[in-house]
Write a protein that binds this ligand. Sequence first.
Ligand code: GRG
Length: 295
Amino acid sequence: MTNLQDALAQNARAVEETLDRLLPLEECPEARLMEAMRYSSLGGGKRIRPFLVLSSASLFNVDRSCALRAAAAVEMVHCYSLVHDDLPAMDDDDLRRGRPTCHIKFDEATAILAGDALLTKAFEVIADPKTHSDPHVRSDLVLGLARAAGNEGMVGGQMLDLLAEKTALNIPEITRLQRMKTGMLIGIACETGAILGRAHEASRHALRAYAHDLGLAFQIADDLLDVEGTEVEVGKKTKKDSASGKATFVKLLGLERAREHAQLLADQAMQHLEIFEEKGEPLKQLAQFVIERRA
Ligand code: GRG
């Protein structure tokens, strides 16, 4: 996995430089908002979604600076979701990525606005001709990201997650919830490279299938970490789901079967990449990393 660790670290640095450029701190009366946006997006994280964008883009020889802008935009949406998820009205968390959450560092109102502004900035970035010269490509990116982030995707999944505190869910229902809450953003991250590279449908389909299995494997790994990981390793409070009545894959399947299922999904995800031959190797390695990670 050393190659993958190096590639993850190198891509994370490049995406952080891009985020830093896209979110400049200027002297103005509303500078506190920019500070909160930068605090929430520049403070660590594994940068898995940007890695997916950059790796899928490299399958189609997309210009690196365009891919980095799209990768930064997807990460902004992810960071916004974490800021809002941590708010007292949602998960009420004090710790994220090993640091105080945005509303603890600043205040609740600033955290809400920083999340809103990160989400909006993401669309500004992908709608900008600097991301792609072809307006059809840009509109495809906007459509894909909006679907993945909105009521049919991440926000809808979050609604189901809140409702799940009071309802017992079965495996198909949890699968749908997780597919919407985390899978759809992972899906558009994988497909973004294909959109930027104007890839044909077979490639887009393969990446969607890969993302589908990867997203679920990622979520099961997250559930396992909640049970088995420590706060120091994970950088956020653990044992939250296990302490609450919330249904998770681990609760319904048990630790052993959940682990096996995650491996099965990761293997399936890798198989979908066969059409890319050795160019698909970084994405294959990521599927294994996602289920073995300790953070
Ligand atoms: C509030 C609109 C809104 C949505 C929230 C994604 C989400 C929906 C909430 C995040 C809460 C959570 C712990 C979800 C489980 C999976 C997940 C997205 C974990 C965090 O992603 P990582 O592990 O985090 O990629 P880093 O910090 O590495 O970027």
